[in-house]
Design a protein around this ligand. Sequence first.
Ligand code: SF4
Ligand code: SF4
Length: 472
Amino acid sequence: MYNPKSLKAEEFIDHDEVLESLKYADENKSNVKVIDEILKKAREAKGLNHRDASVLLACDIPEKNEEIYKLANEIKLAYYGNRIVLFAPLYLSNYCINGCTYCPYHAKNKSIPRVKLTQEQIRDEVIALQDMGHKRLALETGEDPIHNPIEYVLESIDTIYSIKHKNGAIRRVNVNIAATTVENYKKLHDAGIGTYILFQETYHKESYQQLHPTGPKSDYAYHTEAMDRAMQGGIDDVGLGVLFGLDKYRYEFAGILMHAEHLEAVHGVGPHTISVPRICPADDIDVGAFSNAIDDDTFAKIVACIRIAVPYTGMIVSTRESQKVRERVLHLGISQISGGSRTSVGGYTVEERPEDTTQFEVSDRRTLDQVIHWLMEMDYVPSFCTACYREGRTGDRFMSLCKAKQIQNCCLPNALMTLEEYLVDYAAPATRELGEKLIVDNFKDISNPKVLETVKERLDLIKNGGARDFRF
Ligand code: SF4
Ligand code: SF4
């Protein structure tokens, strides 16, 4: 029954195959020989299949777990270097006709106001985001064909790309909207989106059906097969994710890796990103009701094992997580984080953080500048780079560069140049001082002398010549 090449959800996420994999992991979780063999394979940094990776996730030998954490960090540095890409979510509308039991936007929740931004309001939100320094957004809407039809999303994308305020610009719009048709994915592709993101929420079909009792999202197969339709519609870069805490985390872990293997087997390119949200409190949502919620140690282990299993896939952690947890998982393979986020509709244009339309409670409430400062104190290079998608390095072009560990020849120079833009245009004095020093410290990691020379010239043009938007 299990067939990664099948286009049927129940065959590429075959329930029995997941159970078999978890059984194999249980049988081998203390088996040093098997674990060492898997770690040896993992050190080649070509990735692991869902079965082997499930063994590492289940491994209960403390010394081996330390090896797993160390390896995750090494793999991350080998593929992406020390840059961390920044983005912000932008909520357009919380109208939704679905019944997801873990989300406050579910149709039956009458205690929250329903809000949909006009194009004028989107303009104001985007200016506020540009004034923070953001260059990359993730658009979010509920599913509602009357209030949020595809035309509304397309018009909003056009509006966002058109706004040039002072030196600001949104250069990449990723889109997180409900599963839709190939035709609509084509329209999103033509509108110039970056990544299409859709969280599976849970791969466990039975749980999925209980958690999604009403609305179009209740169709497990239609939702699970969405990425295939997106790719058929021409979208090269897709982002997977599950909401950890809905079902057993080991099931979700095997499921998400099987989904990645499926995309690779059918389309020749795996997911561009994997997100790792955990269930967290919100209006009408009691986390205590979700008995599968995971603790911080388990969360860290999941991040490390995903990093090892799919080294070429970006990993995203949001402001759902606290500063402390984010710090921990940055060292285990996270390559993208949000900063200064407001998870409410219209949240960026008001002084006080509104709570009544938030999709989830933000744990990390620092400003973007504080996040940038914090990253640099840990010697990470905050990056506002959007170069790949704009240079046509998407899908298999991106993956082949990434798998060959060539992408960081672009990542670091682009990170330094976009960081310089941030420092000049938006940073607090202390952040700028720290950043200028960090940029110079990182010159040593640009091995090609010609590239280094060009970077230095461009940094000077950004600082002293008013130039912007250089990229490799
Ligand atoms: S998770 Fe998405 S689809 Fe479900 S209720 Fe929330 S906004 Fe709607
Ligand atoms: S060069 Fe490509 S992979 Fe690297 S940060 Fe920029 S967009 Fe991302």
